[in-house]
Write a protein that binds this ligand. Structure first.
Ligand code: MG
Length: 257
């Protein structure tokens, strides 16, 4: 990007200026940062991947655990359909989907509740301390979601702006959940927000919504899978992100274009 000013060339994160340049924004005016939940705030993905693998196996289908990470964010129906197409050469019907998904939920609910992701609290806290409001955009539909969030991240999130499964029709990788998050936060523009995601389909959704996307690779997939979907920055843990997020926010809000 040859039009980045000399001042911006000293940025620790030139990706911020590159993003504004390519989206024709002058600068960021951050109001909110939208956090994905599974694999970002909670270390729940190993349980999801294992439950998917075992439920498929129970019905004679094969979905390796590592592959389950590739489908994170997809609807249950979407994931099941991919496997039946591949293995049986046909789409799954509704009854089949219902029973496989029910079995997946049974396995998942039999596992111990996932812990808060290491470094997640510190990251969310640093966002709030920087004067930016943290919110959550998740495909998860857990009824006890709010309670769990409040227990693990007391007083940090703005609940009214939160987007969960019940709020959306399509889900990730459709940009809908993130567009709805921006809408709820006051009809925000992409330069007023950022997305924090761990999953390829989630990164795709954030990019499609026009947002600057920070990928955190907390699972077994190669970094390239997240970068190929258009992630603007990539970290390898929430702890690493927690040590850098304040600088990212400061630089974003002080770009000189
Ligand atoms: Mg996730």
């Amino acid at each position: 990007m040859n039009s980045i000013s000399p001042m911006n060339s000293k940025l620790q994160y030139p990706q911020l200026a590159e993003y504004c340049e390519s989206h024709h924004f002058q600068h960021f005016e951050l109001k909110t940062i939208m956090f994905d939940m599974d694999g970002v705030l909670f270390n729940s993905m190993p349980n999801h991947a294992r439950a998917w693998h075992r439920a498929m196996e129970f019905y004679g289908l094969d979905l390796p655990e590592d592959e389950a990470y590739m489908h994170e964010g997809r609807t249950g129906f979407g994931t099941i359909n991919i496997v039946t197409q591949r293995q049986l050469g046909r789409s799954a019907d509704q009854t089949e989907c219902d029973k496989i998904y029910k079995k997946k939920s049974e396995f998942f609910n039999s596992y111990p509740t996932a812990e808060r992701m290491k470094g997640a609290y510190e990251t969310v806290k640093a966002v709030k301390t920087s004067g930016v409001t943290p919110t959550i955009v998740t495909g998860s539909g857990t009824v006890s979601l709010l309670e769990r969030i409040e227990q693990n991240f007391p007083t940090l999130f703005h609940h009214e702006w939160m987007v969960a499964a019940r709020d959306v029709k399509y889900g990730k990788p459709n940009p809908e959940p993130y567009l709805m998050g921006m809408q709820k936060a006051g009809r925000l523009q992409p330069y007023q927000t950022m997305v924090i995601e761990n999953a390829p389909l989630g990164v795709e959704a954030g990019v499609a919504a026009g947002c600057f996307v920070i990928a955190v690779n907390t699972g077994p997939l190669p970094d390239s899978v997240l970068l190929d979907q258009g992630a603007n920055l990539l970290f390898h843990s929430m702890t690493e992100l927690s040590e850098n997020i304040a600088t990212i926010i400061y630089e974003a809000n002080h770009l000189n274009r």
